[in-house]
Each structure stands twice: as structure tokens, then as C-alpha cells.
Design a protein around this ligand. Structure first.
Ligand SMILES: NC(=O)C1=CN([C@@H]2O[C@H](COP(=O)(O)OP(=O)(O)OC[C@H]3O[C@@H](n4cnc5c(N)ncnc54)[C@H](OP(=O)(O)O)[C@@H]3O)[C@@H](O)[C@H]2O)[C@@H](O)CC1
Ligand SMILES: Nc1ncnc2c1ncn2[C@@H]1O[C@H](COP(=O)(O)OP(=O)(O)O)[C@@H](O)[C@H]1O
Ligand SMILES: [K+]
Length: 532
């Protein structure tokens, strides 16, 4: 599990560690790690450190201090290091070290900064780290914007300046780094969008903080974690023990969502899928997935007897394509009255947003909204949710008493009193109609197999993202493994090399990926499971 923390948690841990060490030890550890990563990058792009150009953007705090010391180490190895001192002050020891090593410094001047950035092989963003707050003030904001035109690689020191380290919020100009070298522990804002997409690939430098860290705020399961949680059939298994999932989805008007949700469940390994709906979706599901056992619901039945014909299930998926009228409401009421875990998605979420009494139940509930659906559930504008995803997914879990999986560029899973789980797989090609329906089926299958809502949702998101990447790469597992992942990994191979992440972590929709249809994602689930 990759764990991540807020700035306050990091500061508390640092204070405890610093009390045991001579002054300056942590900064020198951080700077040494940073310089080593930069030296490797320079060797990659220039063949050697000697003679390369390095630009330092230096703020007035310790983030600037790290940057100056790292610059000094690179200058000692023959790099031509020039610093823009953007603050009213600069870290004294760091500045002295850089000058003593032959580095050059100067105050902020837009033309000079632009010139430096055009020449540098590597630019270090040391404007602001965990001490940052709110939108960047001038001249930091201008410098952050100028980094977009840098010719070389942009390396963020600890955190990309302009990104809130605790939440990933970005309130104004912010550095978009190819690589972030972070110290001591991952900051939550590096894993959650929009911060995550500013951070690029993230490399952790150990400064000995580990024993002082509290419980994390955020955790990103690795492929090994997911593999350890996924159910596997044993010799004693039969279809009932593996888990029967009920799917109440689709309507005469919306039929595709039902086919996709059932596909997700079948391919994710449900022991059996029982599908209950109107006549037309039942006909289509039977045609595409003959494995599913289907029931045509009689809308004139009472809520108590509506699902009687369906048979026993261990978990329900409710909502994709269900519609939002009185008949759909009756189905939602019947499903949510059951004593088994229920996943509510799509139209089911609209029904629940209008009638929160549906959520008063004893068995676990998993809600899988995208930002628009969460906006309806919480009564908060969608943009606010997109800007502060971590805060809102936590709030939803607490307020609605459910496990909440918030979909989007970084999928988050929240449950009260647990770290928010961040998904690391996926590709922007997933942003196409119907892929969420597939996710609902995968999650339902895992719930039926007995995983908790929290584990089912986070494992399903991981498998779904992995399947999408395999599908986007043409369904060839071997080819996908040979290629590197997101833009940063492709260039620096800086991923953590964990199972799945090296070749299949979050993609950027570029290199070697092509558009996918939702059914392709369902079909690629077995290939994804084989990799875990
Ligand atoms: N603690 C440790 O043990 C270790 C810490 N380490 C390092 O220290 C970093 C934290 O250092 P820190 O606490 O000095 O804060 P930092 O991130 O440099 O920011 C403060 C500066 O930013 C400025 N500033 C703030 N907001 C701003 C805005 N919106 N717009 C513009 N300016 C803004 C603020 O300006 P001021 O408010 O003072 O005018 C001040 O100058 C941490 O990220 C890591 O890199 C490592 O060495 C490992 C050991
Ligand atoms: N920019 C993006 N990058 C990666 N994944 C995305 C992005 N946008 C959406 N997704 C994923 O695509 C899926 C879309 O689901 P959803 O919004 O429910 O669509 P639908 O209702 O059409 O099925 C979710 O799994 C979501 O996390
Ligand atoms: K920074």
C-alpha cells in the first residue's frame, strides 16, 4: 500500500525526527536524494552531469533551501547551475553552499528567468513545498507559469508549487512537473487530481520519517495489495459459494447499461449473475450473456414481492439505465430493503439523491457517483467537487453512511474512519459512455464474493483501470507490459516497479493507446486478472 499524508502530519513527524538529529540533517538528506535523482536524469538526457545546465527556481522557505543545496551538489559535479531567487529572502546555508560550489544567483527578472528556462536541461521548482498556502503570489505565480515553456525536464521539489500538498487542490498558476521528488513520505495531494496530474511521476526520497508517521489520510493499493484481496476459487468452490450477484438495471428505454453491467460481473468472476429488469433489457442481456439467469419484473407487484422471483443473491447492483420514474423507484426501494450489500450507480444515485430514506438500511451500501452525480447527492456544484475531490468524497461517505467511490481521472474510495483509497490504474480513454456500468458489475461481483464495500470498490477500480489499459493497447498483455506507462514513466522509468504499476499504472492516453468501447473493457477483465 502506498500511503500518503497531509502537510500537518508530515510536519509533526518531521519535528519528532528532527529532535533526535543534529540540525540540518533532514535537509541534507533531502538535498542529497534530490541531487541524485537529478544527476540520473541529466545522465539520461545529456549523457553526463558535467557541462549540463540546471536552473533553480528558489522560494524563501526550506523548499528553496533543499533546492539550493541540491544545486550545490550538482555544481560540484560540473553542472552549470543558475538560480532565480524569487523570495524576499533565501535560505542562508543553501545560498552559501551554492555560491561556494560555483553556482550563480540573481533576483527574479522575467526575461532572465525565461532565458534560463530555455537553456536548462533540468529545471528545479523549489518555490514552495508543504509550507505553501492558497494561490501563488507574485513573482512565484509568473515563474510557475514560465515553467510550461521550459525546454528541459521540470522537477518539482517535494510538491509542485501551486498544488496544495494535503488535498491536491490548485487555486491558480501551478507548476506542471515531469517528475516530483518528494521527501519522507508521499503527500496526499500528489496522488489526487488535479494535484496528481501536476506532479507527473513521483519519486520518494527516504529521510527516515517512517517510524514517526501516523495513520495515513490516503492510501493507494498496489497490484500486490489487490492480488492479495481478490477472491480466488478453490477446490471446494461452487457457483453459490463464489457469490451470486443480482443486477437490477436497464429499462425499455435504456438497455445498453444493463448489458455492460452484467458483462462486468460475468467477466470479473461472479459465481452467477441474476438479472432482473423489463422485457427488452432482459432479451438483450440473454442474447449477449447467456450465462446470466434473468427475470422480467412485473411492475404491478407490491414492493415486498417485486423481487420474489429473482432468487437469493449475496449482493445487488442497482441503477445503470434503470430510469428515474415511479417504477424505477419501486425497484430501488425493493433492492435497498434487502439485507445484503447493495451497490448504487447511475440512475440509482439520482433516485437516492431525491429520496435519501432509501439509504436507511443496515447492510452495507456502496455508491459509485461521478462528480456530476455526487453534486446532486451533496447539493454542491460539480466544479467545487472536481476542485476538491478528496474533501467531497470524505464528506459524502460521512453524510450518507456509505462507502463512496468517486469516479473520474483519479478514482477515490472513501469510508468513514478509513484512509481514502486512490486508484492508480486507468487511462483517459475510459472517459467514454458505459465504462462506469462495467465498473458497477465488477464491484458487484466482488461484493457478492464477500469483500467489504471498501475492498470491493478499490479492487474493482484497480482491475477496471488495468483492463482499460490493456484494451487501449489492443488487448495484448505482453505488448502492454513492454511499453512504459504514463508520460513520466515512459521517459524516465521512474515508476515504483510494483506489479501493474510499471507497465499499467495510470496512462496518459498517449503512447500506444487507442480509443476503447465499454464492452472492450469488460472483455479485457480476464487479462487484467491474469496479471495480478
Ligand atoms: N521540515 C523539515 O524537517 C524538512 C523540510 N523540508 C523541506 O522544507 C519544505 C517546507 O519548508 P517551509 O516550511 O519553510 O515552507 P516552504 O514550502 O518552503 O514554503 C514557505 C515559503 O513559501 C512562501 N509561500 C507560501 N505560500 C505562498 C504563496 N501562496 N505564494 C507565494 N509564496 C508562498 C512563504 O513566503 P512567506 O509567507 O514567508 O512570505 C515562504 O517563503 C518542505 O516542502 C521540504 O521541501 C526538507 O528539507 C526535509 C526536512
Ligand atoms: N479523465 C479520465 N481519466 C481516467 N478515467 C476516467 C476519466 N474520466 C472518466 N474516467 C473513468 O471512466 C468511467 C466513466 O464512468 P461513468 O462516468 O459512470 O460513465 P458511464 O455512466 O457512461 O458508464 C469511470 O470509471 C471513471 O473513473
Ligand atoms: K516545489
Amino acid at each position: 500500500m502506498r500511503t500518503a499524508y497531509t502537510s500537518d502530519q508530515i510536519r509533526t513527524a518531521e519535528t519528532a525526527l528532527m529532535a533526535r538529529l543534529p540540525e540540518g540533517t533532514l535537509m541534507s538528506r533531502a538535498a542529497a536524494g534530490l541531487a541524485m535523482v537529478c544527476a540520473n536524469l541529466l545522465k539520461g538526457v545529456r549523457g553526463r552531469v558535467y557541462g549540463s545546465h540546471v536552473a533553480l527556481l528558489v522560494g524563501g522557505g526550506d523548499n528553496g533551501g533543499d533546492t539550493l543545496y541540491a544545486g550545490a551538489l550538482l555544481a560540484r559535479r560540473g553542472a552549470r547551475v543558475e538560480a532565480v531567487l524569487a523570495g524576499s529572502r533565501a535560505h542562508e546555508g543553501g545560498l552559501a553552499a551554492l555560491l561556494a560550489a560555483g553556482g550563480r544567483t540573481g533576483p527574479f527578472d522575467a526575461a532572465r528567468a525565461g532565458d534560463l528556462l530555455a537553456r536548462a536541461d533540468v529545471v528545479l521548482d523549489g518555490l514552495v513545498g508543504i509550507g505553501g498556502g492558497g494561490a501563488l503570489r507574485e513573482p512565484y505565480g509568473t515563474l510557475a507559469e514560465l515553467t510550461a515553456e521550459a525546454a528541459g525536464l521540470v522537477v518539482a521539489v517535494d510538491v509542485p508549487s501551486g498544488v496544495d500538498a494535503s488535498s491536491g487542490r490548485v487555486e491558480g498558476p501551478a507548476v506542471r512537473a515531469h517528475l516530483t521528488v518528494t521527501f519522507g513520505a508521499y503527500k496526499a495531494g500528489l496522488l489526487v487530481d488535479p494535484g496528481a496530474s501536476h506532479a507527473g511521476s513521483v519519486e520518494l526520497v527516504d529521510i527516515g520519517l517512517g517510524p514517526h508517521l501516523p495513520d495515513p489520510e490516503v492510501a493507494a493499493p498496489t497490484g500486490d495489495d489487490v492480488a492479495g484481496l481478490l477472491p480466488r476459487p478453490g477446490a471446494e468452490s461452487d457457483k453459490y459459494r463464489r457469490g451470486v450477484v443480482g443486477i437490477a438495471a436497464g429499462s425499455d428505454r435504456y438497455t445498453g447499461a444493463a448489458v455492460l453491467s452484467v458483462g462486468g460481473a460475468v467477466r470479473a468472476g461472479a459465481g452467477m449473475v441474476r438479472f432482473a429488469s423489463a422485457a427488452e433489457p432482459v432479451r438483450l442481456v440473454r442474447a449477449r450473456w447467456p450465462e446470466a439467469v434473468t427475470t422480467v419484473l412485473d411492475p404491478s407487484s407490491s414492493p415486498e414481492s417485486l423481487l420474489e422471483e429473482v432468487g437469493r443473491v449475496q449482493a445487488w447492483v442497482l441503477g445503470p439505465g434503470l430510469g428515474t420514474g415511479p417504477e424505477a423507484h419501486a425497484v430501488a426501494r425493493a433492492v435497498l430493503s434487502s439485507d445484503v450489500p447493495v451497490l448504487v450507480d447511475a440512475d440509482g444515485l439520482t433516485l437516492v439523491a431525491k429520496d435519501r430514506t432509501l439509504l436507511r438500511r443496515a447492510a452495507p451500501t456502496v455508491l459509485t457517483p461521478h462528480a456530476g452525480e455526487l453534486s446532486r447527492l451533496l447539493g454542491v456544484p460539480r466544479e467545487q467537487i472536481e476542485a476538491a475531490r478528496l474533501d467531497h468524497v470524505r464528506r459524502a461517505a460521512a453524510e450518507l453512511g456509505a462507502t463512496v467511490l468517486l469516479k473520474g481521472s483519479t478514482t477515490l474510495v472513501a469510508e468513514e474512519h478509513r484512509p481514502v483509497r486512490v486508484n492508480t490504474t486507468g487511462t483517459p480513454w475510459l472517459a467514454t459512455g458505459g465504462t462506469g456500468d462495467v465498473l458497477s458489475g465488477i464491484t458487484g461481483a466482488l461484493l457478492a464474493a464477500g469483500l467489504s464495500g471498501y475492498d470491493a470498490a478499490s479492487c474493482a477500480a484497480y482491475v477496471h483501470g488495468l483492463a482499460a489499459r490493456i484494451a487501449a493497447r489492443g488487448g495484448d498483455g505482453g505488448g502492454a507490459r513492454a511499453e512504459a506507462g504514463g508520460r513520466a514513466e515512459a521517459r524516465y522509468e521512474a515508476g515504483d516497479g510494483g506489479r501493474g504499476e510499471a507497465g499499467y499504472g495510470a496512462g496518459d492516453g498517449g503512447c500506444g493507446e487507442a480509443p476503447i468501447a465499454a464492452l472492450d473493457v469488460a472483455e479485457a477483465i480476464p487479462a487484467a486478472l491474469r496479471m495480478l
